[in-house]
Design a protein around this ligand. Structure first.
Ligand code: B3K
Ligand code: ZN
Length: 859
């Protein structure tokens, strides 16, 4: 498959001002008639032909201006039509079999309904069209369908007509007044019911809101609707963005490759991010629903009103929209806890990506399959980069920058450069050097040392950006770091400052210190970098106890634990040194358990040990088995050393009142965390507590927490409660996904065998991405399963990729990155992982998706 380069961008030779689509729907046979008004693009090089992209399409007929075309030919899957004049009308008829569409791109069937997914290049699976984001068109869509099978018919925009026709058919027509690229097209037909509500915008416009689900799920949509209304209000208040259609529809679909899709006026969602009630969704699920509803809604401006010129600009809409949803969630709940969660995701998913064979800048330079670039780098690092601009400009000027951006580019297909320019002009920043963040991959490493000369505190900073594929040499980037200098005696500082490290090495000096202060750096995680600080354990403990920036406090504790675990995994620690380090960690945790100024949600964050992947990331070559041993060993040791503290915490939390209030959520969080420490130290006691918790649970959070602990233990309670969970939820797919995931990610020593057995379970299927991910993504995160030293775990993931690739290449390719980490593993595992990648690469007919990921991973 060819490689596409960013540099090769050229505007399309034709404009398509209007598009009319007529669908006659059937599960096995759908007929699409597309009528395109096309005219020459005065801003592009002229062309005698128009290229209409297709992907596996069956062409039934083609007309130009109501008659035969002057000429046309197929070029691969594309249709190339000769057009002699300035303006033409093309009429194209295609026929589809949505029931056979297992890729879930284009028009497909899910649970008896029909729906579409077009981003990035799915529209070309529906009809021949210039399927690129810089071709904006005004769409009118007519849908005809059997009424009993598809009573509800939806498309983008406003409904302008509907009626009944012969043979129990009915129809409706939808018109979207906002010109859009084809990737934002959507259609849904099915037997659906809606939760309806309305929202009055700041301009006084009344918008009808509806969330469409299958009968029986309606009572689980309240949280999604409340989240939507809060999102609409927040975007008006914080970004000045008002909604622009009379209706906003959301549809929940159970077979979906991603989280959700921001189609104009008709968002299509994975059920996982719509449906939530206490019995089936955890507190984390509730937050995820709120965040994804907001994210897709915010795309209405950052993505739809201003879209992307080409797919290399993906971070323009995704990075910015992730930042917007993060800020929203920060405002809806605890800001510091949300910040910590976001950094945790960045570090455990994006940092490994940035240091591996798949590393790419947030604005990539080339791709073979764009679906492979919907990554944590484009999304989460992209958000961090815009967040840095916000930190440097301050909130008010940042808003002036975004206002200018929306104003300048409304109705356009823009570039990342356009965004940066608007920030420079609107927010008054000089971003000349900052643009490097868009073009250079790799996580910068910042080294810091501090000293005192006379009464001057000195902070020496240097940066290094590791080489990444295709980028050996890097230039220093501006790295904004919020810092504070603490007085050891008083435990206070004299104010924060934002310093910018913009060269390889910079020295910062601060006058007026009698004693050397303790440096708190990258407070709030202002920059997405790794910090290597030369700091005494006692100073980390000091910051863990005293820092008034919650993130920095968390960070100090993480550093304390990470420092010890990295050292311990390296080997050669004497028992006494190990004990000393563990003691220091236990003291810090004890203080956190006792600190009454902390709320439980924050306390919970502070109790979570750095993840296996984050720890592996700190080592040049990792031995997952050793990391697992040391990490679990520490957990068990802490569980013993602080047994009475964890008991007390557990009891207090278990007695807390229920509900969805922050306090209740916090109590549930620390309860399960306490239980996991108890389980590491005293499995029998944990079994008793977890069994009791499971039996008394009145929320999914408690039930899942208990079952997670039980599933890692041996014994009857485990088998019984797993069976009980299955019986309770056998008809609820999302809850059943949890049943698979809990077992696949368990600490049980036989997880490999268990996952093999679960793959044979009658409820397992490769056709549903949620189910596949619940079993195998969970498994791919386990040290004792995926990284089993036998190589069995690697083989299982490779088998999965090979089996799934012909069915759903997009989802199959997502399982390659875990294997792609081979170069950073100890030699035995590295060889086993590479062997599996080579086995996949040798398969005769790989999709473009999997082929690209595997070849890049082999390097
Ligand atoms: N824009 C969609 C992503 C669709 C990706 C399809 N391969 C969801 C989102 O980021 O909001
Ligand atoms: Zn998005």
């Amino acid at each position: 498959p060819p490689t596409i380069f960013r540099e090769d961008y050229a505007p399309f030779a034709w404009l398509v001002p209007t598009t009319r689509l007529e669908f006659v729907l059937g599960l096995e046979n759908t007929r699409v008639t597309a009528t395109l008004d096309v005219e020459r693009n005065p801003d592009a090089d002229p062309s005698p032909t128009i290229r209409l992209n297709g992907d596996g399409l069956k062409l039934i007929s083609l007309e130009c201006d109501g008659g035969e075309c002057e000429g046309h030919m197929m070029d691969g899957d594309d249709l190339v039509v000769t057009l002699p004049g300035e303006k033409h009308t093309l009429t194209i008829v295609t026929e589809l079999d949505p029931g056979a569409n297992s890729q879930l791109m284009g028009l497909y069937a899910s649970n008896g309904m029909l729906c579409t997914q077009c981003e990035a290049e799915g529209f070309r699976r529906i009809t021949f069209f210039p399927d690129r984001p810089d071709v904006l068109s005004t769409y009118t869509v007519r849908i005809d369908a059997p009424e009993d099978q598809f009573p509800i018919l939806l498309a983008n925009g406003n409904r302008t007509g509907s009626g009944k026709s012969e043979d129990r058919m009915h129809w409706s027509v939808w018109h979207d007044p906002w010109p859009k690229p084809s990737y934002l097209f959507a259609l849904v037909a099915g037997d659906l019911v809606a939760r309806k509500d309305s929202f009055t915008t700041m301009g006084g416009k009344e918008v009808d809101l509806a969330i469409w689900v299958r009968d029986g799920d309606l009572q689980r949509t309240e949280h999604a609707m409340e989240s939507l209304k809060r999102s609409m209000e927040w975007d008006e208040k914080v970004f000045g963005r008002e909604y622009d259609l009379d209706v906003f529809n959301i549809v929940a679909v159970s077979d979906f490759n991603m989280g959700a899709m921001e189609n104009k006026g008709l968002n299509v969602f994975n059920t996982k991010y719509v449906l939530a009630d206490a019995d089936t969704a955890t507190d984390g699920d509730f937050d995820a629903v709120e965040g994804v509803i907001a994210h897709e809604y915010f795309h209405n401006w950052s993505g739809n009103r201003v879209t992307c010129r080409d797919w290399f600009q993906l971070s323009l809409k995704e990075g910015f929209t992730v930042l917007r949803d993060q800020l929203f969630s920060q405002d809806m709940g605890s800001a510091p806890v949300k910040r910590i969660e976001d950094v945790r995701i960045l570090r455990s998913v994006q940092f490994p990506e940035d240091s591996g064979p798949l590393a790419h800048p947030i604005r990539p330079d080339s791709y073979r399959e764009i679906s492979n670039f919907y990554t944590a780098t484009v999304y989460n690092k992209g958000a961090e980069i815009i967040r840095m601009m916000r930190s440097m400009a301050g909130e008010t000027r940042f808003r002036e920058g975004t206002d200018l951006y929306f104003d300048r580019h409304d109705g356009e297909a823009a570039t990342c450069e356009d965004f940066v320019k608007a920030m420079e002009d609107g927010a008054g920043l000089d971003l000349a050097q900052f643009r490097l963040w868009y073009s250079q991959a790799g996580t910068p490493k910042v080294s810091v040392t501090t000293s005192l000369e006379g009464s001057t505190a000195i902070v020496d900073l240097s940066q290094e950006i590791p080489a990444t594929p295709g980028q050996d040499e890097k230039q220093p980037m501006p790295i904004p770091l919020r810092i504070a200098l603490f007085d050891r005696e008083t435990g206070t500082h004299r104010g924060e400052e934002l310093i910018v490290l913009d060269k390889g090495k910079v020295r910062f000096t601060f006058d007026g210190f009698d004693t050397e202060p303790v440096l708190s750096i990258n407070r709030g995680f202002t920059a997405p970098v790794g910090i290597e600080r030369d700091i005494a354990r006692a100073d980390l403990a000091f910051l863990a106890a005293k820092d008034d920036d919650p993130f920095a406090r968390y960070e100090a504790l993480q550093d304390l634990v990470t420092g010890h675990l990295v050292e311990a995994v390296g080997g050669g620690l004497s028992d006494s040194t190990r004990d000393e380090a563990r003691r220091a960690i236990a003291d810090a945790l004890e203080a956190i358990l006792a600190d009454e100024a902390l709320d439980d949600q924050m306390r919970g964050e502070l109790l979570i040990l750095p993840s296996q992947t984050y720890l592996a990331e700190q080592m040049l070559v990792a031995d997952p088995g050793r990391i697992f041993e040391e990490r679990e060993g520490l957990k068990a040791w802490l569980g013993k050393a602080l047994a009475s503290n964890f008991d007390a915490l557990y009891e207090r939390a278990a007695a807390a009142p229920g509900g969805r209030e922050a306090e209740a959520v916090g109590a549930r969080k620390v309860k399960t965390l306490a239980l996991s420490y108890i389980a590491a130290a005293d499995p029998d006691r944990a079994e008793t507590l977890a069994t009791r918790q499971y039996d008394a649970a009145d929320t999914m959070t408690d039930r899942q927490g208990a079952l997670m602990v039980l599933s890692g233990l041996e014994g009857l309670a485990r088998t019984d409660r797993l069976a009980a969970f299955y019986e309770r939820y056998r008809d609820n797919p999302l809850a059943l996904d949890k049943w698979f995931a809990i077992q696949a990610s368990s600490l049980h020593p036989n997880v490999v065998e268990q996952v093999k057995a679960l793959a044979e379970h009658p409820d397992f299927t490769l056709r549903n991405p949620n189910r596949v991910r619940s079993l195998y993504m969970a498994f791919a995160g386990t040290a004792q399963g995926f990284h089993a030293s036998s190589g069995e775990g690697y083989r299982m993931i490779a088998d999965l990729i090979l089996a799934l690739d012909p069915i759903n290449p997009q989802t199959a390719a997502r399982f390659v990155p875990p294997l792609g980490r081979w170069q950073r593993m100890e030699p035995n595992r590295a060889a086993l992982m590479k062997e599996q990648l080579e086995r996949i690469a040798a398969a005769p007919k790989l999709s473009r998706d999997t082929y690209e990921q595997v070849t890049r991973s082999l390097g």
